[in-house]
Design a protein around this ligand. Structure first.
Ligand code: SIN
Length: 475
């Protein structure tokens, strides 16, 4: 692609109005970038890379730590911004800010642990030294469901490794991203080391994947878009990391602690109104305890209040936009038409004046495999329940999907727990745990859920190139 084409022309519109999904009100209006401006930023990051990649791990670590401190000092304001533009309840938003900041703290430490190796050579007069070097300019495209954390778990390892970084946040939630970057610059990170731009996703995707100065593309979002980005990255053989869709099974064994299972199912399923890639999407429950589990779950779910996330008593905020809302409602209608029973919820509201959309937390029973909800990611607060008789049947149902991001199971039986852990084809497993995400662990999916891992000591690997030097000594 000719990177100068469209030079200076805005990609979408000159400005973008960011809306509060709970009220439809304009939270703020932001400037969009043109292809020319984004290209100039990439060139500046390319120059910045020449200096940043030569800084010491200590220097990078200190700056990342300062950024962490600055975010923590502004956590209340950032959380409010997240609730305003994303809709999630304020307490959840505050949790996200801390989760996001922790990636910077974690990778500030990992910067100091980019080790090399010396390898015994086969000739007595040779030495082999293996080193790891930053890959170059990294470009990221991030989603609206975690406007802070999905950025820091990419920019943290990128900067720690010595790469420079550009991100295009989701147009639904760019304000958090811009504010976080402002806090980063304030902490001392140079503007030619990282940048945040806003423009049309498709055009930016094409630019990032074809730009000769970008060496890596990292994306969190749908599998369909991820496949496009992988395909487009082929022409310049870019390194790619993809954190894509999920369709998480949640298995409740007959030997589960049912109260714990109910509490953790709610934590997994209804976090961010069900709008996460790792939300439980299918509840697979042993038939011996299905009745008790369902009635306990229905009782607990019916207490979850729906509304504006700024109201402290609200547990389920709005759906991000009409497109997301329509997908969820379509799945509920399809299931009901094919015979599913609504055990609780099943209601939804859309305000035609403001476009604010809410879906009440819903549990569906009498579900079967013909229903769309059993095959498609829902991204909403709806949980279908199916039953199983044997553990192998549960595993077969759980693995019967092209996705492989997260899976959950509940059992007090250690042997069965180990059997499940070893046979579920998923990158993230929660055993009696509805919230397995943490900065210390390598988050990522198998199959069509992605490539690469974010977080943990693995999270920095894909920002590094491996090089070896073979030295022949004088005889
Ligand atoms: C996601 O939904 O993509 C991320 C969720 C998490 O980090 O817990």
């Amino acid at each position: 692609m000719d990177i100068t084409e469209n030079q200076g022309r805005p990609l979408l519109k000159d400005t973008l109005a960011v809306l509060n999904p709970a009220t439809g009100e304009v939270v703020d209006t932001v400037k969009c970038d043109s292809i020319g401006e984004i290209n100039a930023k990439i060139v500046s990051l390319h120059h910045g890379f020449q200096k940043w990649s030569k800084t010491t791990a200590d220097e990078r670590s200190i700056l990342l730590r300062k950024w962490y401190d600055n975010i923590m000092a502004h956590q209340q304001d950032l959380a409010k911004l997240i609730t305003l533009e994303n809709g999630k309840p304020f307490k959840e938003a505050l949790g996200e800010v801390v989760y996001a900041a922790k990636y910077l703290e974690w990778f500030a430490e990992e910067a100091k642990r980019i080790y090399g190796r010396t390898v015994p050579a086969s000739s007595a007069n040779k030495r082999i030294i293996v080193t790891r070097e930053p890959i170059g300019v990294v470009a990221a495209i991030t989603p609206w469901n975690f406007p802070a954390a999905m950025i820091t778990r990419k920019v943290g390892p990128a900067l720690a490794a010595g790469c420079t970084f550009i991100v295009k946040p989701a147009p639904d939630t760019p304000l958090t991203a811009f504010e976080m970057f402002r806090l980063g610059y304030e902490a001392g990170i140079p503007e030619d080391v990282m940048g945040c731009v806003l423009a049309d996703g498709k055009q930016v995707g094409e630019l990032f994947t074809s730009h000769p100065l970008i060496r890596k593309v990292t994306f969190t979002g749908s599998t369909a878009v991820g496949k496009e980005l992988i395909k487009n990255s082929a022409s310049t053989v870019k390194n790619v990391s993809m954190e894509l869709g999920g369709h998480a099974p949640l298995i409740v064994d007959k030997e589960a602690d049912l109260d714990l299972a109910v509490q953790q199912t709610i934590a997994s399923k209804f976090r961010n109104a069900g709008q996460t890639c790792i939300c439980a999407n299918r509840l697979i429950v042993h038939e011996a305890i299905a009745g008790v589990f369902t009635s306990k779950l229905v009782q607990a779910v019916s207490l979850l209040k729906v509304g504006n996330g700024l109201d402290e008593s609200v547990a389920i905020g709005p759906i991000i936009n009409k497109k997301g809302f329509n997908k969820i409602v379509n799945q509920i209608k399809d299931a009901v038409k094919k015979g599913a029973k609504v055990a609780t919820g099943g209601k939804y509201i859309v305000d035609d004046d403001t476009n604010a959309c809410f879906v009440y937390p819903t549990i569906l029973t009498n579900v079967d495999d013909s229903m769309i909800i059993m095959h498609e990611e829902t991204f909403g607060p709806v949980a279908p329940i199916v039953t199983f008789q044997s553990i192998d049947e549960a595993i077969r149902l759980a693995n019967d999907t092209p996705y492989g991001l997260a899976a959950y199971f509940f059992t007090e039986n250690v042997s069965r727990g180990m059997y499940l852990s070893e046979n579920l084809q998923y990158g993230v497993i929660g055993w009696n745990d509805g919230g397995p995400s943490t900065v210390q662990a390598p988050f990522g999916g198998m199959k069509e859920s992605g490539i690469g891992r974010e977080g943990g000591s693995e999270g920095i690997e894909s920002y590094l190139e491996v090089k070896y030097v073979s030295i022949k000594l004088a005889d």
